[in-house]
Design a protein around this ligand. Structure first.
Ligand code: ATP
Length: 600
């Protein structure tokens, strides 16, 4: 009962989505489908009339010609309306798909980062992508089912000359065919679900093998044969799944066609016998055989439509949350137009999928203008801490405060206007240099003087000598585009962060690919930015950390040391240890217990 109710609610959703988007298309499609069913049955009626007249020894030629012309005219009208509908449908499909894609993009951006980082969600995101195409497919299936039922009822009226037992036989055979058809459809839906997972795996492997940028590593690591073999294995497994279902389908379809053929032979023989006995006219014969074919076709079409609806429903059920997001509870969140302090109080945090806490009992205060470095081993929790401070992950209640207001009471959109952040996996836009940098501050898109100044600040002067200057295209997307080195891309990303007039700049290991001399220069420039800009810098380079106001050392999710360079050296803890080791690496002379000046 519940599932029937759920089906009805999803039917309603589908019809409503299309109706709200384009009422003309909704009506046009419905009318056209019904007209088609009607016209096909009227044609049977006309064929019967013409055949009956021709069978008479003296027939009225003009009446037959008139009937034929009327029949063809109705068909032509259907063709002309169909052509108009087809053209309208092409435009409708495009705009409806863009509308749904847009809706999906907006929905995806509204989700918490933590949700999106869950590996299970990646599969779900694929379902959403497929699901949005199912709205239209479901609408078409519903409209088709109305027209099929309409046509089915009309076609039945032509069978009144048949004995009841033949009609029962016809129904039984048709239902058997329907059963076989539905059986394959169900198996097909099940297989499609399994295939989707397997497509993701072999698609991923194929993507690695066909991404030109990966070729150098694959060639040198001699990984191509292994990956190729793995891809082929996964692809074969997927093929085997689909081949098995295709085989079954072919068997079922053949069986069903044989049954249908035998039944038709029976009906034809019965009709011929009835004509011989003068119980039936030639017109009746044509009408009955055409109607039987149409009934069968309609039943099979109905099965396929039911299969489509069944498959669509499983998608639509899962994308309901995206189609109809629960209305936002608008509480009075506080907007923040500048950041004076960020406080972290007793913050502990675990990822939903993790079995151990990533951060434990963190206490911190970040004041406006402070330049802070966060250092620590890999997986110490540095990036996680920063994401919680930025509000990309919702922090546990009462652990993060902006200007004294709890994170949960702050309108984060207003806060993000004042943040700049560059992560390790920053975006390399294959667009012009101008877009790459000014995308963070589109008001300055045409401010060439500012763009040039920032490019010089991050050491991208050389790019300015390109014939197209700031408008040089980057990457591989367009002809004549220029690719950059890893370090140059990082500079572009830093320029982007600087372009945004923000109170807080977060740089998560932004200079790992930049040569040490330039790195020092760039970071010196950022650290010496105006006093009211706050900087949070995650780095493994101790030489740079030495120049900030405050260094936070994280180990296994806990803050183990906090202070400036001199204070931490005096503590002779992990920071001093790292400093001495890195100094040795860079051959800076180290004396026991000596306090070193920052290297910048
Ligand atoms: N989205 C996530 N889901 C589950 N666990 C995660 C996620 N992101 C990070 N982790 C785990 O949290 C821990 C801390 O990761 P984090 O990226 O914060 O460390 P980090 O100090 O920035 O490391 P690195 O210096 O290597 O960049 C790691 O054990 C990591 O596996």
């Amino acid at each position: 009962m519940t599932s029937t109710k759920a089906y009805f609610s999803l039917f309603q959703i589908t019809l409503k989505e299309v109706w709200n988007f384009d009422k003309l298309y909704f009506c046009l499609n419905m009318i056209f489908m019904l007209y088609n069913s009607l016209q096909a049955n009227i044609s049977i009626y006309f064929v019967a009339i013409i055949a009956n007249h021709i069978a008479q020894s003296s027939f009225d030629l003009y009446f037959i010609m008139g009937t034929a012309v009327l029949m063809i005219s109705l068909e032509l009208l259907g063709i002309l309306v169909g052509a108009y509908k087809q053209k309208y449908t092409i435009k409708f499909n495009e705009s409806f798909s863009v509308h749904q894609q847009n809706k999906l993009i907006t929905y995806m951006f509204s989700l918490d980062l933590l949700v999106k980082e869950d590996p299970n969600f990646h599969g779900e995101a694929n379902v959403y992508q497929n699901g949005i195409t199912k709205i239209l497919s479901n609408y078409m299936a519903l409209v088709s089912s109305f027209s099929i039922i309409f046509s089915f009822i009309l076609s039945f009226s032509f069978l009144y000359k048949l004995d009841a037992w033949i009609i029962v036989l016809l129904l039984v055979v048709t239902l058997c065919r329907a059963y076989l058809e539905l059986k394959t459809i169900n198996q097909r839906v099940e297989t499609t679900n399994r295939l989707q997972k397997s497509h993701r795996t072999h698609g991923y492997l194929h993507n690695i093998l066909s991404t030109l940028n990966y070729h150098k590593e694959l060639v040198l690591m001699r990984a191509v044969p292994f990956l190729q073999a793995l891809w082929i294995k996964k692809k074969r497994q997927a093929f085997q799944l689909s081949y098995n279902i295709e085989k079954k389908t072919i068997n079922y379809v053949t069986l069903s066609q044989v049954i249908s053929g035998l039944m038709k032979v029976g009906i034809i023989l019965y009709c011929l016998y009835s004509i011989h006995q003068k119980n039936m006219t030639v017109g009746d014969y044509f009408a009955i055989t055409m109607a039987v074919t149409m009934i069968e076709t309609n039943v099979l079409r109905m099965c396929s439509v039911c299969g489509d609806i069944h498959e669509n429903m499983s998608y639509l059920n899962r994308i309901k949350s995206f189609l109809f997001p629960s209305s936002h509870v608008t509480t009075d969140k506080k907007t923040i137009d500048h950041i004076e302090t960020i406080e972290v109080k007793n913050l502990s945090f675990s990822y939903p999928t993790a079995t151990w806490p990533t951060l434990q009992n963190i206490h911190l205060t970040i004041k406006r203008g402070e330049k802070i470095a966060i250092i620590g081993d890999n997986a110490a929790g540095k990036s996680t801490l920063v994401k919680l401070i930025l509000g990309l992950y919702p922090a546990p209640t009462g652990t993060v405060f902006y200007n004294g207001t709890k994170q949960e009471d702050v309108d984060m959109e207003s806060l993000w206007l004042h943040y700049s952040a560059i992560f390790q996996d920053f975006i390399q836009y294959e667009l012009s240099v101008r877009y790459n940098i000014a995308i963070s501050n589109l008001d300055e898109l045409h401010n060439d003087a500012r763009l040039t100044e920032i490019m010089k600040q991050v050491g991208l002067d050389k790019l300015l000598t390109h014939p197209k200057g700031i408008d040089a295209e980057l990457g591989y997307l367009t002809e004549g585009a220029q690719n950059l080195s890893g370090g140059q891309w990082q500079r572009i990303a830093i320029a982007r962060a600087l372009m945004k007039q923000s109170d807080l700049i977060v740089l998560d290991e932004p200079t790992s690919a930049i040569d040490p001399n330039t790195e020092l220069e760039i970071l010196k420039g950022i650290i010496n930015l105006s006093d009211d800009k706050t900087l949070l810098l995650i780095t493994h380079r101790i030489g740079i950390a030495a120049n900030v106001d405050k260094i936070i050392v994280l180990k296994d999710g806990k803050v183990t040391e906090i202070g400036n360079h001199h204070e931490l050296l005096q503590q002779q803890g992990a920071y001093a240890d790292m400093w001495i080791k890195q100094a040795k690496m860079y051959q800076i002379p180290v004396k026991e217990n000596a306090v070193y000046e920052p290297v910048i």
